[in-house]
Design a protein around this ligand. Structure first.
Ligand SMILES: [Zn+2]
Length: 226
């Protein structure tokens, strides 16, 4: 009863379209669950996503769960997860993505999930790392272990805004550091981030993880810009 009154006074809202949720709905409304654009996992290559990395790095797979476009419901969803303290929403969507991953047999080839870290000041300000929430959700559904203590990110000297892929990559090339190489030697690592735009962040992290001894690297972004 008390919950019902609370829900009337402060309705829970859909993380993507912001409309009030029905009592039976959690985090996302039914319409958004059906309609949010999902390009599909394990796409045949080459495709628009693999084109961001082909010829630059010898990766195994690249996945995006949602298609990102400016001003869209997916953008609203990502904003809630990144900046509005909605850690549970990130974990929920991560677990939804994990359920889709699990339906594909090739999932068994991933040994370890590593979320792209934030640098420590940003992590402190935000109180959490959104990529870690997503990684945790994926891990819960797939049973693939995740570890956010392998990779560290230093403060980068320049902002990435307005830079093209090559200069972004140069700026990022030394911000990542593997601090626990024992955990990744010989493993197929699935690197997870919230958003993929140019791919420079994934590339910079992947180079370091591969150099520290991982056997293969794959990428998964919750949302990617085409
Ligand atoms: Zn909705």
């Amino acid at each position: 009863m008390f919950n019902r009154i609370l829900q009337l006074l402060y309705p829970k809202r859909c993380g993507a379209c912001d409309l009030p949720l029905l009592e039976s709905e959690n985090f996302l409304c039914t319409a958004c669950r059906i309609e949010l654009p999902k390009p599909g996992l394990f796409l045949n290559r080459p495709n628009w996503l693999s084109a961001k990395f082909d010829g630059l790095f010898p990766f195994a797979d690249v996945h995006a769960f949602f298609l990102f476009s400016p001003g869209s419901k997916v953008q609203h969803l990502m904003h809630q997860i990144k900046y509005k303290g909605q850690q549970d929403l990130g974990r929920f969507v991560g677990s939804w993505c994990g359920a889709h991953l699990k339906t594909n047999i090739r999932i068994i080839s991933y040994d370890l999930i590593i979320p792209i870290p934030l640098f420590s000041k940003k992590r402190q300000e935000r109180g959490y790392n959104q990529a870690a929430c997503i990684a945790q959700g994926i891990s819960e559904k797939t049973q693939i272990p995740w570890n956010d203590n392998v990779l560290r990110r230093r403060t980068q000297s320049q902002s990435l805004v307005g830079q093209n892929r090559i200069s972004r990559y140069e700026t990022l090339s030394n911000v990542f550091e593997v601090v626990d190489s024992k955990s990744i030697i010989g493993k197929h690592v699935l690197l997870v981030d919230d958003t993929l735009t140019t791919g420079a962040t994934f590339l910079a992290a992947a180079e370091k993880i591969k150099a520290a001894g991982a056997s293969e690297i794959s990428f998964l972004a919750l949302a990617a810009l085409k």
